[in-house]
Design a protein around this ligand. Structure first.
Ligand code: P6P
Length: 340
């Protein structure tokens, strides 16, 4: 009968808790609230072309990037629902300069959350998959209200992380530290039903994913690695296939399922972003957590992303993630060609 009905998010987490009694019921509440918020975003994203919600707000966010109307909508939805859930003591999102306090009159919980409410928003108007990314830590500061200290924890301490990809179907992919599992939204019942149990990244993959337009700005090691992947060598399956969607959630989703390597290196293109474009707290750390939980790796080029001690809410890091064999080889090229 399970196959007929399907296993929803709550049932899945309950099953996880039976195997890991240390997990509190609070995580169930948190993930259900994230799922609820994502259903609201899904509703707007899926009809974006039909209502006046496409395009720009005319504002710029803390990154200096144009804010899309859907960016702003998703940011408000997640902050409103999660801020009033009673589970969090403080929040941070790509769209907000500093930590976001819990509204007066609402309970403070034992967790904090970093969010990219709508990643890949530059693709919204061309109907390419976009996503929401979340990273959940336990509160570590004293007192009832959370602080920036709660947000600035290394990814190695994450309690849970995941993303929602709004694509041909809407999927929630998450880990609570016991493997990676995928849930597909069934709009007919309005529930996320488990569709991918224990996702494992293939040890090797013949796909590389990077914005090659930045080639002139990369380090020698990264250029040598990309050149290597493009050489003809039948035995090792080279040249690899190039796939780049330009939406991190979509590129990581493919990498989790098909293997290979996704990269956003440091580059010399923009002096304001010497460490590349992707943000540590709400893009790289949660995606690194998922990749490691799925048997893959995620590196800054010099070591695990999960071991980076954050110094700022919007700090950027170079990011290389996917099949363990590919990430190891990338690091070898950087050790060989790039002087520290
Ligand atoms: P580029 C989307 O704007 C984003 O933050 C990620 O989702 C994506 O991986 C990256 O930027 C794409 O950046 O410079 O290749 O367009």
């Amino acid at each position: 009968m399970d196959r007929k009905i399907g296993i929803d998010l709550s049932r899945h987490i309950y099953e996880m808790q039976r195997e890991h009694p240390a997990a509190t019921g609070e995580l169930t509440g948190i993930l259900n609230q994230i799922a609820f918020a994502s259903k609201i975003v899904h509703r707007e994203v899926s009809k974006a072309g039909l209502v006046e919600i496409l395009g720009l707000t005319g504002d710029k966010n803390v990154q200096g990037e144009d804010v899309q109307k859907l960016d702003d909508f998703a940011n408000q939805v997640f902050l409103n629902i999660l801020g009033k859930s009673g589970h969090f003591c403080v929040m941070a999102t790509e769209e907000e300069n500093g930590p976001v306090c819990i509204p007066d009159g609402y309970g403070r919980g034992h967790y904090c959350i970093a969010l990219d409410p709508l990643d890949g928003s530059s693709n919204i108007d061309v109907n390419v998959s976009i996503g929401s990314i979340f990273a959940i830590h336990r509160k570590v500061s004293e007192g009832e209200d959370g602080t920036e200290k709660d947000m600035l924890q290394p990814g190695r301490k994450l309690v849970a992380a995941g993303y929602i990809v709004y694509g041909s179907s809407t999927m929630l992919v998450l880990s609570t530290g016991n493997g990676v599992h995928g849930f597909t939204l069934d709009p007919s019942v309005g529930e996320f039903l488990r569709s991918h149990t224990d996702i494992r990244i293939p040890e090797k993959g013949k796909i590389y994913s990077i914005n090659e337009g930045n080639y002139p700005y990369w380090s020698t090691g990264v250029r040598e690695y990309i050149d290597f992947l493009k050489q003809k060598d039948k035995e090792s399956g080279r040249p690899y296939a190039a796939r780049y969607i330009g939406s991190m959630v979509a590129d990581i989703h493919r990498t989790l399922l098909k293997g290979g390597i996704f990269m956003y290196p440091a580059d010399s293109k923009d002096p304001k972003k010497p460490q590349g474009k992707l943000r540590l707290l709400y893009e790289c750390a949660p995606m690194a957590f998922l990749c490691e939980q799925a048997g893959g790796k995620a590196s800054t080029g010099h070591g695990p992303v999960l071991d980076v001690e954050p110094t700022g809410l919007h700090q950027r890091v170079p990011f290389f993630a996917g099949s363990a064999h590919e990430v190891d080889r990338l690091e070898e090229f950087i050790r060989k060609y790039d002087r520290k």
